[in-house]
Design a protein around this ligand. Structure first.
Ligand code: GDP
Length: 194
């Protein structure tokens, strides 16, 4: 069996993206109550997993980010055999500043930490840079270069088009991500999904 896991900070647009990609097949969005468990759905013969967003949640106080991070890491380690593709969803326009803010406190931002972790454990990782509809045309490539740098990928970002997929879940512009998923699934002989 084959699993695709979606991870990201809260509010990056992960629910919007999953809804656009899989429609009603994947139940996503703000789950009632405080749940830290992943949500699963079967789409064709794939298992789609939506991990809880890294971030703050009322009632769980400020350690939620660490709790979710640990749970995500354990989940992935426990299922590494099956998890073939990881989609890290980021807020494209916000990422450079977020990373720099954490860097200035000598901390590793969770997005970068997850990116490194997924790759280290051998998961084929795609970065879905969402909310690109907010970026002006002339700022588009420079922003993506900035994102690449923050992820430790040497610019120009176009060298990393097999990893970085600029998208807008809001506008339904998911071409780049669908293309990368299609390529991956094609290699695995499953090509009827996107
Ligand atoms: P999640 O917490 O990661 O699941 O994020 P949501 O899907 O709930 O979206 C968080 C906020 O970002 C909502 O206000 C969405 O309308 C907004 N959003 C999601 N995708 C996009 C996008 O592609 N562009 C813009 N401008 N806003 C988006």
């Amino acid at each position: 069996n084959l699993e695709i896991i979606f991870v990201g900070r809260s509010n990056v647009g992960k629910s919007s993206l999953l809804k656009e990609l899989f429609g009603a097949k994947v139940k996503v969005g703000k789950r009632p109550g405080v749940t830290l468990r992943p949500t699963h759905a079967h789409v064709s013969d794939l298992l789609i997993t939506d991990m809880p967003g890294f971030g703050f949640m009322s009632g769980v106080k400020d350690r939620k980010q660490d709790i979710v991070k640990d749970k995500t890491v354990h989940y992935i380690e426990d299922n590494a055999e099956r998890v073939k593709i990881g989609v890290l969803v980021i807020d494209g326009p916000a990422l450079p500043e977020i990373v720099d803010r954490w860097d200035s406190r000598d901390q590793i931002p969770i997005d970068v930490e997850m990116f490194d972790f997924l790759r280290e454990i051998g998961i084929d990782t795609i970065v879905a840079a969402n909310k690109m509809d907010r970026v002006k045309e002339n700022e588009y490539d420079p922003l993506l270069d900035e994102i690449a740098v923050r992820l430790g990928l040497e610019p120009p970002w176009q060298n990393w088009k097999h990893i970085i997929a600029p998208i807008s879940a809001k506008k339904g512009d998911l071409k780049a991500l669908k293309g990368l998923l299609r390529d991956r699934l094609h290699e695995m002989k499953r090509d009827d999904l996107f």
